[in-house]
Design a binder for this molecule. Sequence first.
Ligand code: NDP
Length: 599
Amino acid sequence: MTAQAIDFDKQALKEKYREERDKRLRTDGNEQYVEIKTHFPELLEDPYVAKQERAPKTDHVKFTFIGGGFAGLVVGARVKEAGIDDVRILEKGGDFGGTWYWNRYPGAQCDTAAMIYMPLLEETGHMPSEKYVHAPEILEQCQRIGKQYDLYDNALFHTEVQELTWDEDKGVWHVRTNRGDDFTTQYIGMGTGPLHVPKLPGIPGLETFKGHAFHTSRWDYDYTGGDAKGALMENLKDKRVVIIGTGATSVQAVPHLARACGKLYVVQRTPSSVDVRDNGPIDPDWFKSIAEPGWQQKWLMNFTANQTGQWAEEDLVQDGWTDLSKRIWSKIKALPEDKRTPQDMMDAWEDSDFEKMEEIRARVDTIVGEPETAQKLKAWYRQLCKRPCFHDQYLDAFNNPSTELLDTNGKGVESIDETGFTVNGQHYDVDCIIYASGFEVGTSHERRAGFDMVGRDGEKLSEHWQEGMRTKHGIHMHGFPNAFIVQPTQGANLISNVPHNIADSGLTIAAILGHAEKVGASRVEVTKEAEQAWFDLLATNAGRMLGSQDCTPGYYNNEGQDPGSQSAMNVGYPAGALAYFNYIDGWRNDGKFDGLDFS
Ligand code: NDP
């Protein structure tokens, strides 16, 4: 798609964006949400797989990984390939899958193209069925990896770590869990994911509702009928249902609810920007033609290049993300040489953003029949203020006579009582409340993980990170030997395709452990100097792309509140994601593992 010239009044738009942000700002930030674990633990119960009784583990394993989502699976697979067979994955769900284990709501689908999002496609030989696959297929891919790499054998499901402590004398980690396990492990990996603790809005009277209620990440198909593959939820045909929230989850679930419910209310505090989806099946002949050895790595790097302005010759993925980035960079490149100051480049980016958002707003009018509803569904903020959404049925759902948008002018639900809820001063009776209210992001790492790991000399990770995150490569911490974290920050920090960061960390960790085996080392730790050097390098970063305080509040910008100086280090490699992937490839392949001590 090429950028079209669209007329707009820049100043008026800026003013409108500011107004929309200001009316949503609130002083309680993350405190507006209720921690489900302490207030409504029953809403966290696993509706999908029954918990199996088992004896606690008191043995020793070589490599343990906390989290059975993409991170655990990919690292587990790579570590096994490196010759370490004794691998145990701990997972709070009843199977592998992580996000895709929990999020089985109708319509759940990945917004990132399957060719680059689904891990280990080449290794498993799986061809994605669609450009953007639906959740059940991603869950199956997780299970496929688990089976292919024998990761099920030693896995512990429905198990949450409570304590993780380094034993300097024995050179092992002690792992204690909520299932009574108390075992040791030589190496520990952690990949608990950024969005795995569901949260509820702290609406007055939340606890008084007498009807049925659940969070989207614990979809109750026993109540609704239907299934995760999108079968009609026939039990809802006589029901009045409200879905609270209009983020990426709600955008995917609403079309299914609209078609099933007797009456559906969609409560909106801030509209999502909803761009074209344009999904379609993958042609097996085409797939065969491109699937030469190394194809997935090539696609990953191509996407990253096109996302970060370092153009590859062709755009293999061609999705909303590469389109967005192409528009921004073509505007910047169109600037005359003498007009490429940082400010000019920021202005060019802003122009491209205004254009894109005008297109997205205009799209609403072409789909939604009722003009007042269409107006309310328009997003008034810059595109990366909130998670951009892509969907071809969401807006159309509001043409369904039984579906009603309840826009709250940025205020949210006023109250809940025994029979329903109140917005804009009006009470609505409902049979069921569905909370599409998202996941904890701005809370402390240890609250989300459920434990605070204790390294050498009793130092806790929260203490190590008191002034902000400190790692080398986003993986190693000094004082925490034989421990590896798997997440994007302080590495490539490629947010538009998190699995690329994970896949890369899998290769890095496997290379390190393979080297340790080769040289007969039983411990590996980043030196203090190397950790500091990485910190200093990251500190030269120009800034973050996400999280502007000019944005409407949300989890991208700490709900509009100053995230504090600690967050300054939540950045990636200063030269960008593509440069990081190239750098780390060299680092792990030159055999020196600079900055790590093996003993
Ligand atoms: P979000 O945090 O994005 O959305 C929560 C929603 O709840 C927002 O619309 C929020 O409004 C609303 N809300 C919160 N409090 C209230 C209240 N008191 N009254 C009314 N509404 C309220 O959660 P999601 O589960 O939608 O998405 C989380 C993330 O998961 C996404 O950002 C994305 O990263 C990922 N995801 C990815 C998908 C994919 O395709 N890959 C699909 C689905 C999710 P407000 O905006 O005003 O705060």
